[in-house]
Design a binder for this molecule. Structure first.
Ligand code: AMP
Length: 288
């Protein structure tokens, strides 16, 4: 069961996952963990690669977590190419992939409510009620099962990363959270499992989001926050297919809104944009 013939362990139950992890730990191996919802792309695979470089035993989970979806249609349409995903993980010599069912993770509804204060009230939290509570519930459950020494999260979901760091701090969990840079397509579009739902026309204009964000980070040295925000809305406004849900410039530490750019305080520009029916998020750090 444990890496026989260097084959990847594929588990579906909490019990067998815990057993394999326990055996790895009893051999003194360091453990890395990458939670995902599958439909793996190069962004996810970079997280696995980094985890493999930094740990002896790497686990990945694939679980489309229903309680973090506030939109039923999005949950239903979420891609689930499980065979492809397994192949990609095998190619990277991932040691274990945990693919639980909804019943395995939630034998009964989980009623835990976390309070992340302002962190969960802005941006994604404001527009996707319950989303971060659902993320925190599932990540806590997964950490309890896998008990990783390190866990890897992408900066593409910057607010999620902040929530996970806060969760770990709040519950004093002995896991190091490792942030990983956003991986992009050649034309700048941030890789996302949702990109495959874009039509050819939508895919062609999608890089405009990152182009405008990059301009924003440059403009921040000479313009004020309002001017920079106006610029972003103007750029995306040229494309009727794009609907900006939010564009915020926030303090990089606590994600509170920034009213004035200051050299000493790093900020981050974050956005969510509907391109047709597909909701895309992206961000860029503003370093004056
Ligand atoms: P998801 O499957 O969308 O829940 O993502 C699983 C993990 O992969 C999260 O930590 C994401 O932030 C990370 N991730 C997703 N897309 C990218 C990307 N383009 N670059 C870096 N990390 C990413």
């Amino acid at each position: 069961m444990f890496n026989i013939l260097n084959k990847m362990n594929i588990t579906k139950t909490i019990k067998e996952t815990k057993e394999i992890i326990k055996r790895a730990k009893s051999k003194g191996l360091s453990t890395g963990f990458v939670p995902t919802m599958g439909a793996l792309h190069k962004g996810h695979l970079e997280l696995i690669r980094k985890a493999k470089n930094e740990n002896d035993f790497v686990s990945c989970s694939i679980f489309v977590n229903p309680i973090q979806f506030n939109n039923k249609e999005d949950l239903k349409k979420y891609p689930r190419p499980i065979e492809d995903d397994i192949k990609k993980l095998e190619e990277l010599a991932c040691d274990l992939v945990f693919i639980p069912s909804v019943e395995e993770m939630y034998p009964e509804p989980d009623t835990t409510i976390y309070n992340f204060g302002n962190l969960e009230k802005v941006m994604e939290g404001k527009h996707r009620p319950g989303h971060f509570n659902g993320v925190a519930v599932v990540v806590k459950k997964l950490f309890d099962i896998v008990e990783p020494g390190r866990s890897y999260f992408g900066e593409k979901d910057f607010q999620q990363l902040a929530i996970i760091k806060a969760l770990v701090k709040k519950l004093k969990m002995p896991v190091e959270i490792v942030p990983c840079p956003t991986i992009r397509e050649k034309d700048g579009l941030a890789m996302s499992s949702r990109n495959r739902r874009l039509t050819a026309d939508e895919r062609e204009i999608a890089p405009v989001i990152y182009m405008a964000l990059k301009d924003v980070s440059k403009l921040a040295s000479g313009k004020n926050v309002k001017e920079v925000k106006d610029y972003y809305f103007q750029q995306l406004g040229k494309y009727p297919q794009m609907k900006i849900e939010y564009f915020e410039i926030s303090n990089i530490e606590d994600l509170s809104p920034v009213e004035k750019f200051e050299k000493e305080k790093k900020s981050i520009a974050c956005t969510a944009v509907f391109l047709g029916k597909v909701r895309l998020i992206d961000n860029v750090i503003i370093n004056l």
